[in-house]
Design a protein around this ligand. Structure first.
Ligand code: ADP
Ligand code: ZN
Length: 207
């Protein structure tokens, strides 16, 4: 399984990726998670990325492309689900070149499609578990799966969410046509129960 998940922030890419990983065991390569880990660890990459992330802007292409190329070299990345990458045409072109290089062509680009106003509501009420990464909502005082502490991501406030959606529209949405052009695009309606979306994702991948 070598796939790319496309869709606006909050469309549910991470949720669907986690399910695919659990059932089929590919590497979940989330550039957002990698960057947040770098920020938390205080590495030079994290220090560089933090201001962009807090503002809802994209981290520069060269930084992200280097990060993903390295990750794809790791032995567990033979099968991968890319989540949050590529986000610009330059990243998509670099990815194509790298996958060509390592002879692992993409099988599909799944677009999880959700209306922007639905996304604003979802993200501003989203809360995450500090211990296990569970994605819940303001209604969850503690994590329903592990009892851990729930927190709100720094970039899940309304102003930053709107910036992220603008950035998506301008920089990332053009990738939909890019992947349609290579006949890899499959669009899935993401404004439904995650189980129903997941059933469609599997159907789209012939799983
Ligand atoms: P979301 O998809 O919910 O916006 P992510 O966790 O994928 O969140 O990303 C959070 C932030 O990390 C982005 O707003 C951006 O600053 C940075 N980021 C993640 N992936 C990329 C990427 N491929 N290119 C540039 N910046 C990225
Ligand atoms: Zn938890």
């Amino acid at each position: 399984m070598n796939i790319v998940l496309l869709g606006a922030p909050g469309a549910g890419k991470g949720t669907q990726a986690a399910r695919l990983v659990q059932e089929f065991g590919a590497a979940h390569i989330s550039t957002g998670d990698m960057l947040r880990a770098a920020v938390a660890a205080g590495t030079p990459l994290g220090q560089k990325a933090k201001s962009y992330m807090d503002a809802g802007e994209l981290v520069p292409d060269d930084v992200i492309i280097g990060l993903v190329k390295e990750r794809l070299q790791e032995p567990d990345a033979k099968n991968f689900i890319l989540d949050g990458f590529p986000r610009t045409t330059a990243q998509a072109v670099a990815l194509d070149a790298e996958l060509n290089n390592i002879e692992r062509p993409l099988e599909a680009a799944l677009l999880i499609d959700v209306d922007f106003e639905v996304i604003v509501k979802r993200l501003t009420s989203r809360r995450l578990c500090r211990s296990c990464g569970y994605i819940g909502s303001v209604a969850d005082e503690v994590c329903p799966t592990c009892g851990g502490e729930m927190y709100q991501r720094d970039d899940d406030n309304e102003e930053t969410v709107r910036t992220r959606l603008d950035v998506y529209e301008k920089s990332t949405a053009p990738l939909v046509d890019y992947y349609r052009g290579c006949e890899l695009l499959v669009t899935i309606d993401g404004d439904r129960d995650p189980d129903v979306v997941y059933a469609d994702v599997k159907k789209a991948l012939n799983l």
